[in-house]
Design a protein around this ligand. Structure first.
Ligand code: SF4
Ligand code: SF4
Length: 393
């Protein structure tokens, strides 16, 4: 085991290999407040990469309803159960669990065990489990099922007392991948040029140690090819400066793909760095697993914080407060307007007057979006065409 730095945990941790950060690290931000679970992303990915024999159950991208949706069934609660409770502290003796934490936004330290540290205790590279075949039987399990119940005779009083939200999931192209750590064939590797995690299909022998070790269950076994496979980050598109299929096709414009800088090297004009490390409104999913996942989520603002804190960590309250301030913060708003408005990868952005502008790696303008969406009111009677028109939107 080597000792490596995990900035998401605020401490060093043990990992089977030395720290080897890529030159650039692919990263994504998903805004859970905007997802409508239309599954366009899921289908775009499925038709692009996994429509073959043996791939029927394989969803590199899936969207599940929390709290009761899972794919595969129980993927997160099963591992959380095995790992046991872990605490975050913002000072050596203070445990963070309060919704209105006075230290919100400060640096936190995870005091529990990661999957690598817990795995070592039981003689495994990473603590994990292998899902049963039937766990893959229902990709839409729990869809649109709410938490809480409504009293008989209740009526809508402005605030919903039941809740749910949609969680879009892909491979996190982790900095310290659980899948890679566990492969006895060394068939899994992380590309140095962009940090995308891939499986070398010719080296893989289908031992499925990666399926067991990925805490997000984003490696799948194909029983026809008899090897494992996973999201490839749409690398042919990335190499052309384009965002992946699931990002480009997203109806809700909830997604942004770019590159996150190494810790300590963040740039305020990089929208990913800005939202993740500077404004801290986008948080990693289950950072406590220790893989340093690179999909970051803007947490849902309507969900009880006890629930979102265990998924996205102790920075949730601060993230929600900052997110709510976006209408009056033109730079923050400009960064958020980079989502879903261009197929190109945005390397830098700025606010200029009433516009948000995004640029490609060579400085070419990729997108220009008005901060206020223009509003057009049509005449009720169109004299040219002699028709009546309704303004419905
Ligand atoms: S396409 Fe976008 S809005 Fe639709 S389910 Fe996927 S992430 Fe959500
Ligand atoms: S999410 Fe899973 S499959 Fe993807 S890199 Fe991390 S451990 Fe590997």
């Amino acid at each position: 085991m080597s000792t490596v730095k995990n900035w998401q945990l605020g401490r060093d941790m043990e990992y089977p290999y030395d720290e080897a950060r890529p030159q650039r690290q692919i990263a994504y931000i998903f805004d859970t407040n905007k997802c409508i679970e239309c599954q366009t992303c899921t289908i775009a990915c499925k038709t692009t990469w996994t429509s073959g024999k043996g791939q029927e159950h394989i969803f590199y991208n899936n969207v599940e309803t929390k709290p009761y949706g899972f794919y595969p069934h129980g993927w997160d609660v099963n591992l959380l159960d095995k790992l046991g409770p872990g605490e975050w502290t913002s000072s050596p003796d203070q445990v963070v669990n309060a919704a209105n934490d006075p230290n919100a936004g400060k640096n936190y330290v995870y005091k529990g065990k990661t999957i690598f540290e817990a795995g070592k205790e039981v003689g495994e590279r990473a603590l994990g489990y292998a899902p049963e075949e039937e766990d893959y039987a229902s990709p839409n399990l729990g869809e649109d099922v709410c938490a809480g119940s409504v009293e008989q005779g209740a009526f809508f009083q402005n605030i919903h007392n039941v809740w749910m939200y949609y969680l879009a999931r892909i491979c996190n192209h982790c900095t310290y991948p659980g899948c890679l750590s566990a492969c006895p064939r060394k068939a899994i590797y992380k590309r140095p040029e962009d940090g995308i995690v891939l499986i070398d299909q010719s080296r893989c022998r289908g031992y499925r140690e990666c399926v067991k070790a990925c805490p997000y269950k984003k490696v799948f076994y194909n029983s026809v090819t008899r090897v494992s496979e996973k999201c490839i980050g749409c690398y042919p598109l990335i190499e052309k400066g384009e965002q992946p299929q699931c990002v480009k096709t997203c109806i809700g414009k909830i997604r942004l793909q770019g590159f996150i800088s190494k810790p300590g090297e963040e740039r305020a004009d990089n929208p990913i760095d800005y939202l993740v490390r500077i404004k801290k409104i986008a948080l990693p999913l289950y950072a406590q697993y220790g893989t340093e996942p690179n999909v970051y989520y803007i947490p849902p603002v309507h969900v009880p914080i006890d629930f979102t804190q265990q998924m996205f960590g102790p920075g949730v309250q601060a993230a929600m407060n900052t997110y709510r301030s976006a209408p009056t913060d033109k730079t923050l708003l400009s960064a958020l307007l980079m989502f879903g408005n261009t197929p190109r990868i945005v390397h830098s952005f700025k606010n200029e007057g009433d516009f948000a502008i995004g640029y490609e790696a060579d400085g070419k303008e990729a997108v220009r979006v008005p901060l206020d969406e223009p509003f057009f009111k049509r005449d009720f009677f169109d004299k040219t065409r002699k028709v009546f028109r309704l303004n419905v939107t």
